[in-house]
Design a protein around this ligand. Structure first.
Ligand code: ADP
Ligand code: MG
Length: 355
């Protein structure tokens, strides 16, 4: 049979490209929420409320009391690479916060119905705007897309509805709303432990039971108790470590040898962003192996501040994977410190049983 004629190569439309890119950054509702939580924290909020419907696929709303967004900025808010956190390329390496790429809101607007209500301290009213595909959009056909003045308190409320409405294959891939909700609770719980001085709540829309609830005044141990229970909160030790040469500082609350869990809980923050690290998890589990019975696992909350110039967060747009210089040296110092504090608890315990 004759070979079929080659098909001509064509460029995808910008619209399709935007949708694909957004779908890569935001794979599940929890990824959208992470960006929104980080934005709220970056805005200096001390109170943060999350409301969820259908695991965040139908409705995801976050309300904060942070500095708000200027009305003048609303027209470019959801354009790609618009940010108030980065001005030049050099800032990429010296910025303290790293939700700085100006991509999150743009991405969400390409794959969901996005609306923003915001008020700054200086403004006499709040402004509400709707977005579609990176631009201001009208709420209903025939209406103006211009932001509308409404009554409201200072701060920002972001509502994401019908996530993946225009990517049916992705939408169908979600089998269980409760699985997505569990991921959301886990994420909000992580930030609730980490962000001292900030109150958190997370619940399902129209549900009186609250998934996460932490008051502003709660200290770290109380935060861990609220989220992870008293059995772990009453068996915690903390330590600090730092090293000028490797440019890092860390703070940790970890379970002692009296606490034995079936699996490891690792709340890991690097420069105040929740991240995953298989390397750190493995090192920590090895450290605990000498303190816990076989099959027993610890709880670890570890907050690591690394000189931003030594952290590479741009490995992937999702920023979930972070690499930093001298990883091995830094992890070794942390695990040494961890070992020390665990041994101290161990000796005090055997001392107590002797007396
Ligand atoms: P980035 O966080 O990387 O700057 P985003 O797309 O997440 O990019 O947000 C764009 C900009 O919108 C931020 O730089 C910030 O100025 C503003 N913004 C977003 N969310 C909030 C919020 N909750 N409160 C105040 N400003 C916000
Ligand atoms: Mg952001």
């Amino acid at each position: 049979a004759p070979l079929p004629a080659p098909r001509r190569i064509k460029a995808l439309s910008q619209d399709v490209v935007n949708k694909i890119a957004a779908g890569e950054i935001i794979v599940a509702p929890v990824h959208a929420l992470k960006e929104l939580v980080e934005n709220a924290v970056d805005a200096g909020s001390t109170a943060l409320e999350v409301v969820v419907k259908d695991g965040g696929l139908k409705f995801l709303q976050i309300t904060d009391n942070g500095h708000g967004i200027d009305k003048e900025d609303l027209s470019i808010l959801c354009e790609r690479f618009t940010t108030s956190k980065l001005k030049a390329f050099e800032d990429l390496s010296s910025i303290g916060t790293y939700g700085f790429r100006g991509e999150a809101l743009a991405s969400i607007s390409h794959i969901a119905h996005l609306s923003v209500t915001t008020r700054t301290k200086e403004s006499s009213c709040a402004w509400r705007a709707h977005y579609a595909d990176g631009k201001l959009a009208s709420a209903k056909p025939g209406q103006s897309a211009e932001p509308k003045p409404i009554a409201g308190r200072p701060g920002t409320q972001i509502t994401v509805e019908d996530l993946f409405y225009n990517i049916p294959s992705r939408r169908r891939a979600f089998r269980s709303a409760s699985e997505e909700y569990a991921k959301i609770l886990e994420l909000v719980g992580k930030y609730a432990v980490h962000c001292s001085g900030v109150s958190f709540s997370c619940k399902k829309q129209g549900d009186s039971t609250i998934g996460v609830s932490v008051p502003m005044s709660a200290g770290t141990v109380d935060r861990i108790r609220q989220i992870h229970g008293s059995s772990v909160a009453s068996e915690l030790v903390n330590f600090k470590a730092e090293n000028v040469r490797w440019g890092f500082k860390c703070q940790a609350w970890i379970s002692n040898a009296n606490y034995i869990s079936k699996r490891t809980t690792l709340l890991l923050f690097i420069n105040h962003r929740a991240v995953e690290s298989a390397t750190i998890k493995k090192a920590v589990e090895q450290t605990y192996a000498t303190f816990l019975p076989k099959g027993g696992h610890p709880f670890i909350y570890l907050s690591l501040d690394i000189d931003p110039q030594r952290v590479d967060v741009n490995v992937h747009p999702t920023k979930r994977e972070v690499h930093f210089l001298n990883e091995d040296e830094i992890i070794a110092i942390i695990c040494d410190e961890m070992c020390d504090s665990l041994s101290k608890v161990d000796t005090s315990r055997s001392f107590m049983t002797q007396s």
